[in-house]
Ligand binder design. Structure first.
Ligand SMILES: [Zn+2]
Length: 469
């Protein structure tokens, strides 16, 4: 490859040093299990033992977890008791995952409107609350319980592991920074210490001027990471910059692409800058990791032990499961979030169903072939610097209580029209949050805010959240 100057000390495939091994094998498991009382590593061992079981065995696991979830939801969660009663379903009607389609779908609008009713008021309290801007421009408040968090972390460790990610190995996160006010100093110190000990280096990928991209390339050269986790389009922009400016100083670094679609041209650029090991992942904040590519690079294995992933195609008045190669709506059932159950939740994404046979990697976990509709146009600041379109998802995710839906359009003259459908009065605090972050990430760009009652979809029925004219 022309312009590549391998760096002797930097390879994602190298052996771990003694600190990395100590952290991976001893310190972190002891911290999680004995100090924090988390079951993450038990779950991880379980997940590694199930990923190659037969499809029948995996589906039996799902059916068992589904039965327990439905019984819990009916007994404890007012929203689901009312919903099942209205559909004339009792928990014993749902015996296997093939009975799941009898339960009505939970739309994003319903999820937005029922945060209290969908929570378990007695045991399994949802103690972890988060927000998301989503890929549909409809911010959402949601929550989950501790046990679900352990499953989520274990799923992440297993799936990222397919790409060579290991705890204790250096990792470079090229990521969007949260726009909420900074947490208290002690919490920030804890986060920084945790990242330092785990050797995770974070860099904000939102602004991507040449200067920003050069700084990111330098950080990779200095940090010598084993893996890079990036917002896909940010990673691809950085890769193109590295290739164009002949900045590659490393042999091979595995790249995990997150949050945005990975197109063939992006994969090509990432391979040229970092090596052949480029992995697509798909998740949403409500349930975390939904699917991940393995070393066979033939679709995204879904996290079947934690989620039931349906892909549904319109069929007359109703819906049916997509055949391999068919595209449809993603519908998710989170098997272990008892705190605020998501049962048959249509998150607004569109995916193509993958092949159902055993993957050449040996894993049986069902696959998605592709996930569509996760793209936001790249914006420009007043000086022409590139800015991630996901900046508005970051800004509005923390405003879920005030803004029901948003759309940003950058016009030919560079100005941006921001359309908002409020769910309550837009206060000065909200206006200031928007203004402050727009000025930070899109300096010099005139922003016009319009309060509207409706945001139209395109003729194809899709609503693009961030558009450039
Ligand atoms: Zn595979």
């Amino acid at each position: 490859m022309s312009g590549v100057r391998p760096h002797a000390l930097s390879s994602s495939k190298g052996q771990m040093d003694s600190y990395g091994l100590l952290l991976e094998k001893v310190l972190y498991p002891v911290w999680e299990q004995s100090v924090r009382k988390r079951n993450t590593f038990d779950r991880l061992a379980f997940l590694r033992s199930t990923e190659r079981k037969s499809l029948d065995e995996l589906q039996a696991l799902q059916s068992g977890a589904l039965r327990r979830l439905i019984e819990h939801a009916y007994r404890e969660v007012p929203f689901y008791r009312a919903r099942l009663d209205a559909a004339a379903i009792v928990p014993s009607d749902i015996r296997t995952l093939f009975d799941l389609p009898r339960i009505p779908i939970l739309t994003r609008e319903e999820a937005r409107a029922t945060p209290e009713e969908r929570q378990s008021p007695f045991v399994h309290r949802a103690t972890i609350s988060k927000t998301t801007g989503g890929t549909t421009g409809q911010p959402l408040l949601f929550a989950y319980d501790e046990n679900s968090e352990h499953w989520r972390q274990a799923v992440k460790l297993r799936s990222y592991g397919w790409a060579g990610y290991r705890l204790g190995a250096r990792t470079f996160h090229y990521w969007g920074a949260p726009t909420r006010p900074l947490p208290p100093l002690t919490r920030r110190f804890k986060i920084a210490t945790d990242r330092f000990l785990k050797r995770e280096h974070y860099m904000d990928c939102t602004a991507r001027s040449d200067q920003d991209l050069r700084a990111a390339a330098r950080a990779i050269e200095r940090g010598k990471p084993r893996t890079i986790l990036c917002y896909t389009q940010a990673g691809a922009d950085l890769a193109r910059f590295i290739v164009a400016n002949d900045l590659r100083r490393w042999d091979s670094i595995a790249v995990l692409c997150c949050a945005e679609a990975l197109y063939a041209a992006d994969r090509e650029a990432l391979s040229a800058a970092f090596g052949e090991e480029v992995f697509e992942t798909y998740g949403c904040r409500e349930v975390m990791l939904v699917g991940s590519e393995c070393e066979a690079h033939d679709g995204l294995h879904t996290s079947m032990e934690n989620l039931i992933v349906e892909v549904l195609v319109k069929d007359g008045e109703g819906e049916r499961p997509a055949e391999p190669g068919e595209s449809g709506d993603v519908v998710l059932t989170d098997l272990h979030n008892y705190g605020m159950p998501f049962i048959r939740y249509k998150n607004g994404d569109v995916a193509v169903m993958g092949k159902s046979d055993r993957c050449s990697c040996g894993r049986t976990l069902l696959r998605l072939a592709r996930v569509d509709g996760r793209s936001a146009d790249t914006l420009r600041d007043a000086k022409g610097g590139r800015v991630s379109g996901l900046v508005f998802n970051l800004i509005f995710s923390v405003l879920a209580e005030s803004v029901r839906q948003f759309q940003a359009v950058q016009h030919k003259d560079g100005s941006i029209t921001l359309k908002l459908i409020p769910s309550s009065t837009i206060t000065d605090v909200v206006r200031n949050h928007i203004a402050k972050n727009c000025e930070k990430y899109l300096p010099g760009v005139p922003i016009r805010t319009e309060i509207v009652e409706e945001i139209p979809t395109s003729p194809s029925g899709k609503r693009q959240v961030v558009m450039v004219e």
